[in-house]
Design a binder for this molecule. Structure first.
Ligand code: MG
Length: 374
C-alpha cells in the first residue's frame, strides 16, 4: 500500500466512523462530473434469438470525473429491455451529481439515481459502473479486491452460439474452440438440429437458452431430458415468464436447473422466483449495475437459488465490471464483448476459457487511445 492509498484508506475509515461530513472531499470542494456519448456496437455475426435478429446494439458510454480521475461506464440496450440511446440520454440528462461532494458515498448517490425514475435500468447501470470504476481508482484497488473477492477465482465463461443454419452453427462452434462451455440459443423449432450441429464439432458441455421460445410444457420436459443426455448443464427461461404455473410444473420435474432470465430483473423480483425456478440470471443492464448485482448474487445464494451472471452484447467496460463479482456466481456467461467488432476498451479477457481480470484499480479497463467521452 503506497502512501497515497494509505492516507485514502485512513480517511475513508475516519469518514465511516465520523459520518460523511468528516470526509476530506467535501472540504476540498471537488465535484463529480458525468459525461456520456452514444455508441453503436457492431456485431460480428447477426445475433438471432427466438423472436428477433439484429446486427447492431445501441449503447451509451459514460464517464464520471472527480479530481482529475475518470471512471468509465456503459449502458447497452438490446431492444427487449425497452431502452434506447434517446431514453438513456434523457435519463442521464436528469442525473445531477453536483450535490454529492463525496464520490465514496456510493449508497447515497446510487439510491438517488435509482429513485429518479422507474425503469431505465441500463441507464442507471452506466452511472453505477462509472462510479465504481472511479471509487476503485481513487482508492487504488480493483473493486473485487475492495469487496474481498479473489480475482484469480473467476469462473469460466460460456460463449454464445446464436440460432442459424447448421453449417453456420458448425463454423461458429469451430471459432469458439477455446471455450470450455457453450451457450446455445434455441426456440425457433430447430433446437435438436442446432445441438446436433454443435455436437458434430465438439463435446464441451453447453447451456440452453430458448428465450421464452418454447410453448408446450410436456414437450419442453422431453426436450430437457434429451438435452441432458447431450451434455446440457441448465436451461434459461424455457417458457414465457407469465406462465408461472407451467414453469413451476416444469422446474419440479426437470432433471436440469431452470433459470429465470426474462422472469427476474431486479433484487425485488427474486422472491417471486421461489418455487417457480431453481435459479436466476443476473445482468448488470437488467438490475442497475454492480451494487444490485452483488446483492442479487448473495441474496439468491442465501435462498438456495443457483446463479448465472450474464450480459448483453456490450463492450469490455461492462463485461470487466461484471467480472468483478463473477466469483459469486455458479456460472458465468460474460462473452458480450467478444461478439462485437468495435470494442473501445481493453479489460477482462478469456484465457483457456476462464475469465481473466486485469489487476487494475476500479473495474479493470483501459480505454483505447482516442476515446473521448463526450
Ligand atoms: Mg437468457
Amino acid at each position: 500500500m503506497n502512501r497515497r492509498t494509505f492516507l485514502q484508506w485512513s480517511l475513508l475509515g475516519a469518514g465511516l466512523a465520523l459520518g460523511a461530513g468528516a470526509r476530506p472531499a467535501r472540504a476540498l470542494g471537488k465535484r463529480l462530473k458525468l459525461s456520456f456519448k452514444p455508441y453503436t456496437l457492431n456485431l460480428r455475426h447477426a445475433f438471432t434469438l427466438s423472436t428477433t435478429s439484429r446486427t447492431t446494439t445501441p449503447a451509451m458510454l459514460t464517464q464520471v470525473e472527480y479530481d482529475g480521475i475518470s471512471g468509465f461506464g456503459e449502458a447497452a440496450m438490446p431492444p427487449y429491455l425497452g431502452e434506447s440511446q434517446e431514453s438513456v440520454a434523457a435519463f442521464l440528462s436528469k442525473v445531477d451529481l453536483s450535490p454529492f461532494s463525496d464520490p465514496l458515498a456510493l449508497e447515497e448517490i446510487l439510491t438517488y439515481v435509482d429513485g429518479l425514475m422507474a425503469g431505465n435500468t441500463a441507464a442507471k447501470a452506466s452511472v453505477d459502473i462509472a462510479l465504481h470504476d472511479l471509487v476503485g481508482k481513487l482508492l487504488g484497488y480493483p473493486i473485487h479486491t475492495l469487496w474481498g473477492y479473489d480475482g484469480s477465482r473467476a469462473p469460466r465463461t460460456s460463449f454464445t452460439i446464436g440460432i442459424d443454419e447448421p453449417e453456420v452453427v458448425k463454423d461458429k462452434t469451430r471459432e469458439a474452440a477455446g471455450f470450455k462451455v457453450l451457450k446455445i440459443k434455441m426456440g425457433r423449432g430447430t433446437d435438436r438440429e442446432i445441438v446436433e450441429a454443435v455436437r458434430s464439432v465438439t463435446n464441451v458441455p453447453f447451456t440452453a437458452d430458448p428465450n421464452q421460445g418454447w410453448s408446450d410444457r410436456e414437450e419442453a420436459l422431453d426436450t430437457i431430458h434429451w438435452l441432458q443426455e447431450q451434455g446440457c448443464l441448465f436451461v434459461e427461461q424455457p417458457l414465457p415468464k407469465e406462465r408461472v404455473d407451467d414453469l413451476a410444473w416444469l422446474t419440479e420435474r426437470s432433471p436440469l436447473p431452470i433459470l429465470a432470465d426474462e422472469g427476474c430483473q431486479r433484487l425485488t423480483d427474486i422472491r417471486s422466483t421461489l418455487g417457480v425456478y431453481s435459479g436466476i440470471v443476473v445482468k448488470l443492464m437488467k438490475c442497475t449495475g454492480l451494487r444490485e448485482a452483488r446483492n442479487m448474487l448473495t441474496g439468491a445464494r442465501a435462498l438456495g437459488l443457483k446463479t448465472l451472471l450474464g450480459c448483453m452484447t456490450e463492450t469490455s467496460c461492462a463485461i470487466s465490471a461484471a467480472s468483478q463479482v463473477s466469483m459469486l456466481a455458479d456460472w458465468a456467461d460474460l462473452d458480450g464483448n467478444l461478439l462485437i467488432s468495435n470494442d473501445p476498451f481493453e479489460g477482462t479477457t478469456v484465457e483457456n476459457g476462464v475469465l481473466t481480470l486485469k489487476n487494475l484499480p476500479g473495474i479493470g479497463v483501459i480505454p483505447l487511445p482516442g476515446l473521448k467521452i463526450p
